[in-house]
Design a protein around this ligand. Sequence first.
Ligand SMILES: C[S@@+](CC[C@H](N)C(=O)[O-])C[C@H]1O[C@@H](n2cnc3c(N)ncnc32)[C@H](O)[C@@H]1O
Length: 224
Amino acid sequence: MQDPEYVKEAFAGIADRYVVTNHVLSLGIDILWRRRVAKMVHKMSPSRILDVATGSGDMALEMERVCTGAEITGTDFCAPMLEQANRRGLKNTVLADALNLPFEDGEFCALTVCFGLRNMQDWEKALREMGRVLKPGGELVILDFSLPRIKLMRGIYRLYLHTLLPAIAGMITGRREAYRYLGSSIESFPSGMEMCDLIESVGFFKIRQRPLFPGVATIYSAIR
Ligand SMILES: C[S@@+](CC[C@H](N)C(=O)[O-])C[C@H]1O[C@@H](n2cnc3c(N)ncnc32)[C@H](O)[C@@H]1O
């Protein structure tokens, strides 16, 4: 559970370098992860898709490429991140808090949230709100960081996460603190069965988790 004012400010401070920093830190693997999410969403043939916490639009833009014919909206509460999304070609953007979305009940057939839920103040409330704007039968897809289950991998990853990553990201963005926050947010975020239980508790069903090698991120999907 995060402080929204801190989160908004942290992302505003790195907005213009967010995309390049991501690709450097993940060696480009984040692109493949979003591609996989877009393919999963495409299988449902949704006509209206909402990308929550869209940031600079990577996920929404990937879905525009893959889910041709669908109307895609990206929403985020950080204006400088949304400006980047607009600059990069995302047309439908809405400045809004994910905990209080300005959309009608059941407006969307699919909803994605990538590396966003972890940054929110109240995960349960955010998931309920996502469920509200999804139509019954609509699909929720969450992509976020997790900790590897294998102890050795987890140790190596933690070392990278808490030392090397903030140092590299600090050099690119000048905001080392924002990337120290990343590590602590990953440590406190539920993953695996804990996350599946949380999703189920707010009324979704058919919950599935797909850990991405070597477990540093997981895709969760669920039906409203
Ligand atoms: C790590 S970025 C992810 C951006 C994008 N989804 C991606 O895959 O790169 C997290 C985003 O979540 C947004 N965010 C965090 N809490 C939010 C909230 N309560 N409402 C809307 N956006 C939020 C931040 O502003 C930031 O743009």
